[in-house]
Design a protein around this ligand. Structure first.
Ligand SMILES: *Cc1c(COP(=O)(O)O)cnc(C)c1O
Length: 421
């Protein structure tokens, strides 16, 4: 390989950005003696709901837990179907299976990678009529995912759900903060500001803000909020913090077989400070995305992510697509080359219908979601994170452009022409 890794720079796929104030808050929390769910979680929930513009926020220990509590609160029953995009992480569909439900996998839109509503309508019809799985399935809900932080058309989701009598639970693991408006003259709506019955966020280490592990469920419905809060802590009638607040509230009652999903105050201590910076961190990612757009504009071997009107993009991911008909190497080889040259990257995702469990146990086939089947072989997510330095950004651009030139089928001469930075 004759492309030097200059100064052996190594750009990770992601590096969390934790402020000194967050670290100090964690220390203070440790010294306070209250480590599990307590005052910092309550404050975090309050601040989070305020930031989103939602009425209620329930802090939990992952987005997966939030999604599970959401579909449980929507009273998803065994045997009922839920429309889930195939282009998503394991969690979005497995929480349907936790309830004994049936995830009905929907293909993606070729431009945005978000759920394709035409295929959603077709799959819904096939499921309800019995042609999808042999016998009719009662389809009750839909779980949209805003892939990479680029929001789906919220009006379209609303209309689709109304027309087909479905509840909507949003997987907003990438969409913090993201926003949508119906038109240039309309008001912005934050993802989670009444964009679904329940909207779920992730604070996993490499998400747009982190608490190490953590998640949040947001809703405007007090009954859903109460149910999720109760089920997040063993189905107890009072949560632990309230029990220990005076009035000798030692007596609790188990009113349902719940889960152990509560967030710790230690995690909330980090979350409080991450939340304060979440929009500033988004702007940093947006600037990096802008830099990538400028510098990759003329690279014929790449397709860049779409930029839609009336969206505030979180830029959680910067997924490029390789034009494989213009390259002599495939996606996996491309990723191998990136790694060798010190560029961390990832793929979002191998679609669910191409995983062994979904194929062997649930009988999904590659041809069931053809767009996702074809596009995923072209996907590479590049590093994009707050605190990514200019030399790091330059390194990513240089390595990607040089690889495209080196392995281009169109212009082998480009090999001798350094990227001109
Ligand atoms: C990360 C992620 C999740 C799961 O988040 P956790 O907090 O790790 O449970 C769910 N859905 C999507 C789309 C994700 O990217």
């Amino acid at each position: 390989m004759n492309i030097p890794n200059e100064g052996s720079m190594n750009v990770p796929f992601f590096r969390p950005s934790i402020s000194e104030t967050a670290i100090a808050e964690v220390t203070e929390c440790l010294r306070s003696g209250w480590l599990t769910t307590g005052p910092r979680v309550k404050q975090f929930e309050f601040e989070f709901a305020k930031f989103i513009g939602a009425k209620h926020a329930v802090a939990v220990n992952s987005c997966t837990a939030a999604l599970h509590l959401a579909v449980e609160a929507m009273q998803l029953k065994a045997g009922q179907g839920v429309l889930v995009p195939t282009m998503t992480f394991a969690a979005t569909a497995e929480i349907v299976l936790y309830q004994g439900g049936i995830p009905i996998l929907v293909d993606c839109d070729p431009a945005t990678l978000n759920m394709d509503f035409e295929d959603a309508a077709n799959k819904l019809e096939a499921a309800r009529s019995g042609t999808l799985q042999g016998s009719p399935i009662e389809v009750v809900g839909i779980i949209p995912v805003h892939v990479g932080g680029l929001m789906l058309d919220v009006d379209h989701i609303d209309a689709f759900a109304k027309k087909h009598t479905l509840w909507v639970v949003e997987d907003a693991a990438h969409a913090l903060p993201s926003a949508y408006r119906s038109g240039a003259d309309q008001a912005w709506r934050m993802c989670g500001e009444n964009t679904a019955a329940v909207t779920c966020y992730s604070f996993y280490a490499n998400k747009t803000m982190t608490t190490g592990e953590g998640g949040m469920a947001v809703t405007s419905d007090p009954h859903l909020a109460d149910r999720m809060r109760q089920m997040s802590l063993h189905g107890l009638s009072h949560d632990a913090w309230k029990r220990f607040q005076g009035n000798s509230q030692w007596d609790y009652q188990i009113v349902a077989p719940g889960y152990k999903y509560n967030l710790t105050d230690l995690a909330a201590a980090i979350g409080l400070h991450q939340l304060q910076r979440v929009e500033a961190m988004r702007q940093e990612r947006e600037n990096i995305a802008e830099f990538f757009f400028q510098r990759f504009r003329n690279v014929a071997e790449l397709e860049l992510p779409p930029q839609l009107e009336n969206r505030l993009h979180s830029w959680h991911l910067f997924p490029i697509r390789l034009c494989l008909d213009r390259l002599s190497i495939d996606r996996n080889e491309f990723i191998q080359c990136l790694r060798e040259r010190g560029v961390g990257c990832s793929v979002h995702w191998r679609p669910l219908h191409l995983h062994p469990y979904y194929q062997e146990t649930l009988q999904w086939q590659a041809s069931d979601c053809p767009t996702a089947t074809h596009v995923w072989n072209r996907l590479v997510s590049l590093p994009i994170f707050p605190g990514m330095t200019e030399p790091e950004q330059e390194h990513v651009v240089r390595v990607v452009t040089e690889l495209c030139a080196k392995y281009s089928l169109r212009q082998p001469a480009a090999q001798t022409n350094p990227s001109g930075t």
